[in-house]
Design a protein around this ligand. Sequence first.
Ligand code: GLC
Ligand code: CA
Length: 574
Amino acid sequence: MTEIQTRARTAEGLLPASGSTGHEWWRTAVIYQVYPRSFADSNGDGVGDLPGITAHLPALQELGVDAVWLSPFMTSPQRDAGYDVADYCDVDPLFGTLDDFDRMLEAAHALGLRVIVDLVPNHTSSDHRWFQEALASAEGSEARSHYWFRDGKGENGELPPNNWESVFGGPAWTRTTNADGTPGQWYLHLFDSSQPDLNWESPWVWEQFRGILRFWLDRGVDGFRIDVAHGMVKAKGLPDYTPEQRGGSLSGASVTLEPDISDEEPGSPMWAQEGGHDIFRDWHKVLAEYDGDRALCGEAWVSPPAKLARYVRSDEMQQTFNFTYLETPWNPDALRDVIAESLAAFNGVGAPSTWVLSNHDVIRHPTRFGLMDGSPQGHGIGPKTPYRPNKALGLQRARAATTVMLALPGSAYLYQGEELGLPEVIDLPDSARQDPTWFRTGGERYGRDGCRVPIPWTASGPSYGFSDSGKSWLPQPSEWATMARDVESDEPDSTLSLYKLLLAEREERSLGGGTLEWLEGYGDDVVAFRNGDVTVLANLGRASVPLPAGEVVLSSEQLDGDELPTDTAVWISD
Ligand code: GLC
Ligand code: CA
């Protein structure tokens, strides 16, 4: 046994015992997304890092989550904040070293926290040696076959090989320049031009990724979040495709979202191809070689839930993000429908449903729920966006929405800072913005920087406790002072106190492994269900409603005597 394997085994011993089939940890876990560059900075350069995470893990244990998922910290030129990987088996110096990773993992396991890392298999960075080799190799070479190199159309190859658009704006193809300076072939990139798509028709690519999975599994990680899982395989022949016009709000929703990675549509040649499932079947087998219920969680922007559930059939991934849930507006019928549809779809394949409201790609949910009907389709919001969210309303709805989410059976994902109720930061100066979407659309779309601002740990002190030097790669707003962890820790009504209570009661009452039963008789505006010994009511209407008998376990806001106020959720036990 290698030293690494021994270490993994030892760490495993510190965690709650693995479950028997049907009781694996990932079926019920609450998983906290750490966005490393914005979590905690240990060396004063203004960018969060692995030692910063290690130092603050106790705060996550205290919060009461079961696992953490780390967005990419691997070697990368950071053109898409690390989702452009130049070496899958090393740590970028910006975030530390492999030793720092091992220390972080060991510390997390010692605290009983599992660790999931981000794997980006749809594309590499253009700095990756595979791509550099491909560029330096001849047309039609083996090295080029690992990516999508094609001749251009038009008389002199001056037009892109097809009409696909990049998710970040602009064409999905970039033309290369030959060694002699003449224009060369084009390569495909569904995202930024610095993110060439890998060709998953190449067995060589399959072999590389098995090795990458094993590299991290041997170090002891508990699983992987799979970036752009629905985009890896493309339709044969890369046919032209014109997506349906997207625009307006989402099916009457009062929310707007970005980026447009949810534009999976029937007939699309780049999203949700059948062949992608073979890859996950292969990876399932790799994970099964290891002990400890290792898991894959797919980022697949696929709807409806019945189609999404195909990614978590028993021989594929263990989990997949439920973005249909994330995109559901604050509307009682829509909320009931998505919960029922999700549970039916995931139960149908024996997988847990997952639930998520925020991540590093979407407008934070306290802001989303505070945007009124009729907002234009969003790609982030910024100073020139023609409307402002209603902050107080948004936060109240967000707290109620989380109170519903954490009562649902299955596994839930939290995004760093949501436990503090942090809003999207709208007033970032143009000069600070870093999202490739901002650059590729010439500032037309603001992109995702507003949900990525470094989080506040302390009300006072440099950069609200994020970095001793006071530096922060995105400027933090002054309201961080009132929402910092140390302030909220001392306030019983703070969002942090609510999250702690929700997580403790969810655990205590085993709600993650429970079953949902709908309750009738509370009116159309109230979402009402039972899980275990808890009755959950959320009032999405305009008027207060009477509370049933029973003991109030918790509520998202102060209750109004024996009434449940509007935009408030409550857990009641018998
Ligand atoms: C995923 C990531 C997003 C990234 C994109 C390209 O959607 O969540 O942050 O920009 O993939 O890798
Ligand atoms: Ca740092």
